[in-house]
Design a protein around this ligand. Structure first.
Ligand code: BGP
Length: 465
């Protein structure tokens, strides 16, 4: 049924995250986050200035309004609100996000707030970060401050962005000084602590923010077995359980995914669970699932040698294999971006179906998009590849709605050009071009891309196609 329309109040939005867009990393009382202290590829733009949105948010939100956005997803930097991680509140930081929310409201743009997008305060990291239960308390304290200050003005809240990326691919957000990443055992312990933090925060939210809605924001992706060989099907099931469901089952069902838990136990990497923890996890009760979708995975049976890990189908870290568990395989039926990420619009519909079927919760898509080295020519950016990518995904999203999937909205990545996690400014995602090169800041003038005008029309017509 292609006649189904998008719901009346569908949130047509777009996303950014604080560290990738704001810059001003030590301004107005902000302290460094782990992002500011970690090592990043030397040949890419850093985050110190990013898109200079910290100083230009009024102009940028005006652009968003021009595009017709109904929602804008952004993250709050913990280090602007509580520079010491806990305790003293930094008023300029508080005011900054109040102003952003006020600007959104001025243009009737629904703010969608991510509380934590990879940028743990560095001072907490120095005290052990998520290895420590104290960080659970710190996150709850931070959340209480946010709900008190912004709870009446913001309806949609996201707890933690891509917890699964942080745990499964810890190097994705940079390398700690000295380059040593946590062990798997430590990572699953950190994961458990984040789960506890998230559950306590959701419970607190439902007490403090009466009409608000809160959800986890995970990178969710359907998978295909590489063939109809039964061993491939088992491996693919391993992959999706460990990579996706294990992270959403905990907030929704209050339990770890059984298969993923056996995997952790068998390898001696299961977290220490203290008495009372499982009761806390049962308190989470999210109102919706927020989902970042870029690609699908194709998974085959492990060959039980080191080639499982080396076999990288595409450049997406998300696809790394694990010896004895699964290996990524090439999918001959899908295209890839210039950066090797699988392009799979039909997989988007499939993922939406799978997520809805499993959790029966409305879905807000909080990221989806194509990274490309856009070119500015005579004040224009002809990003037809982006229009093509997004158009195909919209068609599939509409079909998913016709399939019965309940959807709140769609916030592609990104509202404006931001610093990419791995490729700096070489790889752009925005609807609005920021005129800077990797290391040449120029004037950072903003230009609407062709995709800006395309999306403007999509929104004006509520996705009619
Ligand atoms: C997601 C992150 C975003 C963004 C996006 C694109 O995992 O939540 O913050 O970075 O991926 O990734 P990249 O910038 O590496 O292309």
């Amino acid at each position: 049924n292609t006649k189904t329309n998008f719901p009346e109040n569908f949130l047509w939005g777009a996303s950014t995250s604080a560290y990738q867009v704001e810059g001003a990393v030590l301004e107005d009382g902000k302290s460094p986050s782990i992002i500011d202290m970690y090592e990043h590829p030397k040949d890419t733009a850093g985050f110190r200035i990013a898109s200079d949105y910290y100083h230009r948010y009024k102009e940028d939100i005006q652009w968003f309004a021009k595009m017709g956005l109904k929602a804008y997803r952004f993250s709050i930097a913990w280090t602007r609100i509580l520079p010491e991680g806990t305790g003293k509140i930094n008023q300029p930081g508080v005011d900054y996000y109040k102003n952003i929310i006020a600007e959104c409201r001025k243009y009737k743009i629904e703010p969608v707030v991510t509380m934590y997008h990879f940028d743990l305060p560095y001072c907490l990291e120095e005290q052990g970060g998520w290895n420590k239960r104290e960080t659970v308390d710190a996150f709850v304290e931070y959340a209480r401050v946010l709900f008190e200050i912004y709870g009446r003005e913001v309806t949609y809240w996201l707890t933690i962005n891509e917890q699964n990326t942080m745990i499964l691919h810890p190097g994705a957000i940079g390398l700690p000084k000295g380059g040593t990443l946590p062990t798997k055992k430590e990572l699953y312990q950190q994961n458990h602590h984040m789960m506890l933090a998230q559950a306590r925060v959701m419970k607190l939210f439902h007490k403090m923010v009466r009409n608000g809605k809160i959800g986890p924001a995970l990178n969710l992706t359907a998978m295909y077995p590489a063939s109809c060989r039964p061993e491939d099907a088992i491996a693919a099931h391993n992959w999706v359980s460990i990579r996706c469901w294990n992270f959403a089952d905990v907030p929704v069902f209050g339990t770890y995914h059984p298969l993923a838990f056996s995997y952790m136990k068998d390898r001696g990497i299961a977290p220490e669970i203290l008495p009372g923890d499982m009761e806390i996890l049962k308190d989470a009760d999210p109102d919706f699932i927020a989902m970042n979708y870029y690609s699908t995975a194709t998974i085959g049976a492990s060959r039980n040698d080191s080639s499982d890990v080396a076999a990288r189908a595409g450049d997406q870290q998300i696809m790394l294999g694990e010896q004895g568990v699964y290996r990524p395989e090439e999918n001959p039926y899908v295209d890839k971006t210039k950066y090797g990420w699988v392009i799979d619009p039909v997989g988007f519909r499939y993922t939406l179906r799978k997520v809805y079927e499993r959790y029966h919760l409305p879905i807000l898509v909080t990221e989806n998009g194509i990274g490309a080295p856009d070119i500015l020519e005579d004040g224009k950016i002809h990003d037809d590849y982006r229009i093509d990518f997004l158009k195909k995904h919209l068609i599939q999203m509409k079909l998913a709605i016709a399939d019965g999937v309940e959807m709140i909205g769609y916030c592609p990545w990104a509202a404006i050009d931001v610093v990419s996690t791995h490729q700096g400014y070489k790889k752009r995602y925005g609807f609005i071009y920021v005129d800077r090169e990797e290391f040449d800041l120029k004037e950072m003038k903003r230009y609407p891309k062709d995709s800006f005008f395309w999306y403007q029309k999509v929104i004006a017509e509520n996705g009619k196609s």
